[in-house]
Design a protein around this ligand. Structure first.
Ligand code: GLN
Length: 202
């Protein structure tokens, strides 16, 4: 059997601790990524929710942004949730001019796109590939306003994609780490493990 995957969680700001706990409970080794050297040896990375503009500032000041961009270009599996989805989007609407975008997913997202009245809400989503619904928590969530047809839609809310995947990159508008259901993290770990077994012999 393969060694267990090593998954990084970007830990500059925001909701990283719950992701780390969930990934550890599913059997992966977890590295909190704060500096460029923390990227060595990880098989995948989660970009958590929080505040994408603050994360952008910290990615620049820590020197992590460029190294992470290059690992992502090389195909490091990534799962961006909420603010993390914003960091992965090719186009950010209502963003700050200078905010970091890794451009990994050909989607356009609007920051806080679900509007003021419903800044936060919860709902049950139908997930592609499983029969039980997933209880999702949206907090000042980004809304996908454009999506390239090559991006797979794994869940929608009111016909808008909220969980998407292209190749080894996944993103959700909501916070899957805040509810007890490990299904979506397991989906990401399956992507990571599949990528590890395809790219190198361990
Ligand atoms: N609105 C936040 C942003 O623009 C994202 C909110 C979240 O991650 N819960 O970064």
């Amino acid at each position: 059997m393969n060694a267990r995957p090593v998954v990084g969680v970007l830990a500059l700001q925001g909701a990283f601790a719950a992701h780390a706990d969930r990934l550890a409970s599913l059997g992966s080794a977890v590295v909190e990524v704060r500096r460029p050297d923390h990227l060595a040896g990880i098989d995948g990375i989660v970009l958590p929710g929080g505040e994408s503009t603050a994360m952008s500032n910290l990615l620049k000041s820590s020197g992590l942004g460029d190294d992470l961009a290059s690992r992502l270009r090389d195909g490091l599996p990534v799962f961006g949730t909420c603010a993390g989805m914003i960091l992965l989007a090719e186009e950010i609407l209502d963003g700050r001019e200078d905010q970091v975008s890794f451009g990994v997913l050909p989607i356009a997202v609007r920051r806080n796109g679900y509007g003021r009245q419903i800044d936060s809400f919860e709902c049950d989503l139908a997930l592609a590939g499983r029969s039980e619904s997933f209880h999702a928590v949206f907090i000042r969530a980004p809304k996908i306003e454009r999506i390239d047809p090559e991006v797979e839609v794994l869940a929608t809310h009111d016909d808008v994609p909220v969980l998407v995947r292209r190749g080894t990159a996944m993103a959700s508008s909501f916070h899957p780490e805040l509810t007890g259901d490990p299904g979506i993290h397991q989906m990401f770990l399956d992507v990571v493990e599949h990528n590890v077994s395809n790219t190198h012999v361990r």
